[in-house]
Design a protein around this ligand. Structure first.
Ligand SMILES: [Zn+2]
Length: 140
C-alpha cells in the first residue's frame, strides 16, 4: 500500500530531524495530506504508529490535516476550490465521491469549469503528503 511507503519516509525524516537537533524526545508531528491525494489518513496514521514502534517516535502525537485542493481551468485560467464543486457533482451513485477522492487523474471526468464549462482541469494544491511541523523536546 502507498500509505506504508509514505509512512516509512515520514518516520525516517522525523527521526533524522530529532538526531540533527539532538532532541531527547519527539512530542508532536503534524502532517498535511492533500484532499485528493489518494491517501487514507487512518491507514497512514496506523502505518506511522506501527513503523515508529520501538523508535524514539513511538508514542508521539500524530496530527494529520487534510489540505484543501485548488483547481485551475487550463482553458480560461479560472481558479476555484475543490470544496465548492463537490456538492455540485453529478450524482453517480454512492461511489461517485470516492471515485473523485481516490482517483485524482479522473477528476476532469467529474468536474467542469464553472466559468467556461471546460474539462481540461489542473489540480494545483492539496495533492501530496508533507510534514508540516515537528515539535521536539530538547535538553535545557
Ligand atoms: Zn474555464
Amino acid at each position: 500500500m502507498h500509505e506504508w511507503s509514505l509512512a516509512n519516509g515520514i518516520v525516517k525524516s522525523v527521526l533524522e530531524e530529532k538526531e540533527k537537533n539532538r532532541a531527547k524526545a519527539i512530542r508532536k508531528v503534524e502532517i498535511s495530506v492533500g484532499e485528493v491525494s489518494q491517501i487514507d489518513t487512518e491507514t497512514l496514521r496506523y502505518a506511522i504508529e506501527n513503523i515508529s514502534r520501538g523508535t524514539p517516535m513511538e508514542g508521539s502525537e500524530i496530527m494529520i490535516d487534510v489540505e484543501k485542493t485548488e483547481l485551475r481551468c487550463r482553458t480560461c485560467g479560472h481558479i476555484w476550490n475543490f470544496d465548492e464543486v463537490k456538492g455540485n457533482l453529478e450524482p453517480v451513485g454512492e461511489e461517485g465521491d470516492n471515485a473523485v477522492h481516490y482517483l485524482p487523474e479522473s477528476i476532469s471526468i467529474f468536474i467542469k469549469c464553472p466559468v467556461c464549462m471546460g474539462q481540461d482541469i489542473e489540480i494545483l494544491g492539496g495533492k501530496g503528503v508533507s510534514i508540516k511541523k515537528i515539535i521536539l523536546e530538547v535538553e535545557d
